[in-house]
Design a protein around this ligand. Structure first.
Ligand SMILES: [Zn+2]
Length: 883
């Protein structure tokens, strides 16, 4: 990667710091007072799966920093007894006072405590949940028998559900856990087990080593029947653990963990700090993956790779998720965010590092090109009214949970990529090393990072960063150029990109912009746009100009018509990244009413010789959006027929069967094309999907893993009740979560309304299998109305199963299937009446998007329909003339 420094045209002006002060414990936000802090926990747990509760004993060495007669910590749905406080030889019994609304428990002492060390101890009983919060149980099928597994998910604020603790990230302490389990089971925690004692005939107590000082949300405990593969690298014991019968599918993860640890040990400049790293594949979806220090948990389909039955997409995903979670062992665990307003510091970094590590280990997978897909999603959210800055105040538990979204992960990822490009790879890496070294075994916020990067690069970072981190939205850069004396004067003008353009908003970003000409694509020049509009000199007048060199920038570019048509003419000289940016920016200009949709359709019609997966993936997203707007409209059949004429010949070139030595991108393109042609009613694709499905069923053989998702989706979409039953049975029989999810997805998208009703009923009777069912039935299955009415009629059940996520996630996602703005009001009213303030924000964002689609529908479809009819007529004419 080239460095921005060498070509920098403008030096950053001195900044007035608008950012936070560096991390200081006393000044960190949170509910808990900073007067009494934990230093060391000893926690013993005795989980009881029949009662779905855990009895425990806890002793906490605490330090009183300022005189206080109150000790306040977090607890949820927990009973506490036998509480006492010891200091030297004195001991006082304490009574717990619960504040359920604030998830707190308070102990009041008879006399104010003076600064010093004390030991707080108590017995407690907490709940085991079914919903992946706190300590939870998973039930899975093991060779025809129901088996259970216990695991924890504490981030952000659920350690308090398992044991009372100071459950805010800046209260670092050491932990020593022990657990009573069945003798036949294995228990995993952050540190290796140091002792095991038999207890009765069939139980044992496992005692784990003491952890380094760490945040409570990173504590982990996993107990069950487990088997594993193991290896070691640089003196660290590595294991990948699975439920019985699956350990060999951990080979890919184990091999790559070795490579990643070596890469990170070097990149971060600090060796992995624990004696072991366990990675555990959980058989039921618990929400993704979690970076518990030394004991990372994963949905098994995000970790395991079965060469015979896993798709190439799963393999790539396993690598990126692994790279993400292992990077967190430094970024998040060794150095932890001070408070959840800085969550991005952890998540944006791990998300950036997953692509960086992928490019390092598997450059042929083109990880950064793939990342454009995520950037699109983040830009779509960030172009709406109800978006939020990457860094935002977080007041309560619900807000902390809601912060894990596309803006935090993907906009943050791109901002960091842009910053790395601006500072140069080496200076950036050196700054990361300084940051980690200065803050290891402690907490930090953004200012700690900017200071370290300024130290390593000698450049001002804080002011630039604050324009990206602290304000919402992102820029549109308008580019015009004039040729003067054989050189170009390039004028860059920035405004906020929004789907509802508002010229009154003048909010400047400091934007590093790479400009290159197709006449000399290896010599980009770099400009730093700080004002609303600035001119920059660019040598020569040849070639087409591109104002997002290397596709680093999280901004949209709007070229003047002359520059745009020149770029279009030079299509074959553009890099794949540039071609993706071209189609994606053009579609964004259509959605924001800056460019007519007919220009976009004309552009697509010229792409017939284009073969890039990333370009087509982007285009297919746009075509799918238009198709959803067409739902129930008279123009839909013609639009779908036209898209089939556009994609059909491309699919003929790609073919149904993979060639040996085929690139990952081709496999992904094939899958995309089958799904799209299938959904758009292409008879040949649908028939062949059914033929392949029937063939594999009769032969009792598996579908080719790279085709499974696409073929079953097409079959599921048009399935009869009999096929629906077969697909549902395949969900039960598939040994790995990956295939289970593919079959489940297939039944979710059934067009037959009776089958859609069955899926909704299933979703409510077996919620663990189907947490995406409502959204899939509503959007891909085109039964938003059914899903909406069904959800409204089952609000009590759904609330019991999904808690607050019913309001913040499930209902807003059903609304994504509507294009009529009336439902926007209904959604907001429903969530306002029953959900939290945070859920209301999510509901309002979904309502905004719905109103936006309704407007887009009125605005685009007449032109789309008109253009398509002319195009199809032209084809019929041309065909008639040929004969
Ligand atoms: Zn993460």
């Amino acid at each position: 990667m080239r460095t921005w420094l060498t070509h920098l045209l403008l030096i950053l002006a001195a900044f007035e710091a608008s950012a936070q002060e560096k991390f200081i414990f006393e000044n960190t936000p949170g509910k808990l007072p900073k007067t009494v802090v934990p230093r060391h926990y000893v926690i013993h747990l005795e989980p009881d799966l029949e009662q779905m509760s855990t009895e425990g004993a806890e002793g906490v060495e605490i330090e009183v920093l300022k005189p206080s007669s109150q000790i306040l910590l977090n607890a949820v749905e927990t009973q506490i007894w036998n509480a006492s406080l010891a200091h030297g030889s004195s001991r006082e019994e304490l009574k717990p006072q619960f504040d359920a609304a604030n998830q707190l428990v308070k102990f009041t002492t008879s006399m104010p405590l003076q600064p010093g060390s004390y030991t707080l101890s108590f017995a407690f009983r907490s709940k085991i949940s079914n919903s992946s919060r706190g300590l939870f149980a998973q039930s899975y099928d093991l060779r025809g028998k129901a088996e259970s597994l216990l695991a924890t998910q504490f981030e952000p604020t659920d350690a308090r559900r398992a044991f009372p603790c100071w459950d805010e990230p800046s209260y670092r302490a050491t932990f020593q856990l022990s657990v009573k389990i069945l003798k036949r089971n294995t228990a995993i925690s952050n540190m290796p087990a140091v002792a095991e004692q038999a207890f009765g005939n069939d139980q044992k107590i496992v005692i784990f080593g003491r952890t380094p000082p760490m945040a409570s949300y990173l504590v982990a405990l996993i107990c069950g029947k487990l088997e594993w593969l193991e290896d070691q690298v640089a003196g660290i014991r590595l294991r990948v653990l699975t439920t019985p019968g699956k350990k060999e599918f951990g080979e890919f993860a184990l091999e790559n963990t070795k490579k990643l640890l070596e890469y990170y040990n070097d990149y971060f400049g600090i060796k992995y700090p624990l004696p072991k790293l366990d990675q555990i594949a959980l058989p039921v979806n618990f929400g993704g993956a979690m970076e518990n220090w030394g004991a990372i948990t994963y949905n098994e389909n995000l970790l395991l790779f079965d060469p015979a039955n896993s798709s190439s997409a799963t393999q790539e995903q396993a690598l990126t998720v692994l790279a993400h979670e292992v990077a967190h062992q430094w970024f998040g665990d060794l150095v932890t965010v001070a408070w959840w307003d800085n969550l991005w510091l952890s998540e944006s970094f791990a998300t950036w590092m997953e692509r960086k590590a992928e490019e390092h280990l598997y450059p042929q997978w083109r990880g950064w090109l793939r990342a454009c897909e995520d950037r699109e999603r983040a830009m779509f959210q960030d172009a709406q009214e109800n978006t939020h800055p990457i860094q935002q105040p977080i007041n309560g538990e619900d807000e902390a949970l809601a912060a894990f979204d596309d803006i935090t992960y993907w906009k943050g990822q791109y901002f960091i990529r842009m910053l790395e490009g601006f500072l140069g790879n080496d200076a950036f890496r050196d700054g990361i090393r300084v940051y980690l070294k200065e803050n290891q075994f402690s907490n930090a916020n953004a200012t700690n990072l900017w200071t370290a990067l300024e130290k390593s690069s000698g450049r001002s970072v804080t002011k630039l960063a604050s324009t990206w981190i602290e304000q919402s939205g992102f820029p549109l850069v308008k580019v015009t150029a004039e040729c003067l004396n054989k050189n170009r004067v390039v004028t860059l003008e920035q405004s906020r990109f929004s789907f509802e353009p508002n010229d009154n908003v003048r909010q400047p970003w400091i934007i590093p912009i790479g400009i290159l000409s197709t006449a000399d694509p290896h010599a980009p020049r770099y400009a730093l746009l700080e004002k609303i509009t600035e001119n920059f000199d660019f040598p020569g007048c040849d070639g087409a100009l591109n104002a997002n060199a290397d596709s680093f920038g999280f901004y949209r570019v709007w070229y003047d018509p002359e520059l745009l048509s020149r770029l279009g003419r030079d299509w074959n000289h553009l890099s794949e990244e540039e071609r993706v940016d071209f189609v994606s920016d053009t579609w964004a200009m259509v959605m924001s009413n800056r460019t007519p949709v007919t220009s976009y359709l004309t552009l697509l019609d010229r792409l017939r010789s284009e073969s890039s997966y990333s370009v087509w993936h982007n285009v297919i997203q746009a075509l799918t959006m238009i198709d959803r707007l067409e739902s129930g409209q008279s123009g839909r059949a013609a639009f779908q027929a036209y898209v089939c004429t556009l994609l059909g010949p491309l699919f003929q070139r790609v073919g149904w069967d993979a060639k040996s030595d085929e690139e990952l991108a081709t496999k992904l393109l094939r899958s995309d094309l089958i799904q799209t042609l299938g959904a758009f009613g292409d008879r040949i694709a649908i028939d062949e999907a059914f033929r392949r499905y029937e063939e594999s069923r009769k032969a009792q053989a598996n579908l080719a893993p790279d085709l499974r998702r696409a073929v079953t989706e097409v079959v599921g979409r048009y399935s009869s009740p009999a096929i629906y039953d077969e697909l549902h049975e395949s969900v039960q029989q598939a040994p790995l979560l990956e295939a289970k999810q593919d079959f489940y997805h297939a039944i979710e998208v059934a067009l037959d309304p009776d089958l859609a009703k069955r899926t909704l009923q299933l979703a409510i009777t077996t919620p663990a299998e189907s947490n995406a069912a409502f959204s899939a039935v509503a959007v891909a299955g085109e039964h938003a109305e059914l899903a909406w009415e069904f959800a409204k009629n089952h609000l009590d059940d759904l609330r019991a199963q999904h808690n607050e996520k019913l309001w913040s996630d499930l209902l807003p996602k059903i609304a994504e299937g509507f294009n009529a703005s009336g439902y926007a009001d209904e959604l907001v009213q429903l969530v306002r009446a029953q959900g939290s303030a945070e859920s209301l924000i999510k509901a309002k964002a979904a309502a905004d998007q719905l109103r936006f689609r309704a407007k887009l529908k009125d605005h685009l479809l007449p032109d789309v329909d008109d253009w398509v009819l002319k195009k199809l007529d032209g084809r019929v004419q041309a065909a008639a003339n040929e004969h």
